[in-house]
Design a protein around this ligand. Sequence first.
Ligand code: NAD
Ligand code: UD1
Length: 339
Amino acid sequence: MDGAVLVTGGLGYIGSHACVELVRAGRRVVALDSLANSSAAVAERLAELTGRPLSFVHGDVRDIGLLIRVMREHGVDSVLHFAGSKAVGESVGRPVAYYDNNVGGSMALIAAMHGAGVRRLIFSSSATVYARGGAMPLVESSALDAGSPYGRSKLFVEQMLFDLRASDPAWSIACLRYFNPVGAHPSGRIGESPRGVPNNLVPFIAQVASGQRERLQVFGGDYDTADGTGVRDYVHVLDIAEGHVRALDYLERDGGGCVAVNLGTGQGVSVLEMLREYERASGRPVPYAVAPRRAGDVARCWADASLAQRLFDWRARRSVAQMCEDSWRWQCANPDGYR
Ligand code: NAD
Ligand code: UD1
């Protein structure tokens, strides 16, 4: 583990937590980010949290020349690729922009890695690549069929990476399929900083608990679940970050291959269960109203996380209570995120 790790999207929500865990594991890190959905303030906070300055490059992952230079200058031998656009709804209205950034960005990165002689890659995939209506829990061999341009961009990149590895055994690649990353670093210094109205459940609940929004709209109360609300596999963002460190160890230890691996807890939690946990953690009421189902939502989605345990010796350790406590600490200390 002499080489440095390039973290694309390293100032984003998950990438920033991964930077902390990589440094903690003794890795040399260089973060690249366009700041399209993040703030330069994150670099300072990462320096504070890790006790050393962060090597940060402001740039776009589609800039092949820049990427090759950065990889050579820093002696990079592995890449964690978080950079991309992630709003499902927005991807429906702007599909080409999503394919450009997510598929085009990954293609540019691969070309640059090729140019710089780097062949170890961890790609941020998503549970959204699985077909709707399958049996739970989702295993990595469950049927794939993403339901949005965003999801398809993830699926295309995964398939491209499998084809790449089949064509050239020098590559070692892990596609990590995250379920629902939530929470924040327990220091309260880094967390999720959504722009505008949060799309996702926990950031929205956080803003209701803090009084910034009046009430949560619960999208659907008539699903075929125990309390009628949607069930998801929420997983602490630091567990996700640790999963990357373990996956990198695995790729170094066991060498080649291209694997797709779920990162989740294996536990389903309903919207109302999450809301109650958040009320407990924050000591604040979270008013809500049941609204119509959100288009594209599934009733249930949770992981079989046993492959990550077998391959990486990783499992999610943090409870739903910790997810809410850490989210609330971040929310209270940073009511406007990084702004
Ligand atoms: P995020 O938006 O917080 O982080 C992405 C980072 O990439 C941002 O800092 C953004 O500025 C940067 N970026 C975007 N386009 C770029 C480009 N062309 N060049 C350089 N930097 C660029 O998102 P996140 O939640 O941290 O997600 C990270 C990755 O994980 C994404 O690929 C996302 O699709 C995937 N993912 C996220 C979730 C989730 O719930 N957060 C779930 C599954 C998968
Ligand atoms: C969303 C994305 C998915 C992505 C995942 C992780 C969609 C359709 N899917 O999934 O591609 O991988 O985030 O980031 O956007 N809910 C409410 N009220 C709200 C917000 C959410 O009731 O204001 C409910 C939802 O209906 C769902 C649950 O909370 O049942 C979780 O929603 P969300 O956090 O958006 O995640 P996913 O829908 O799982």
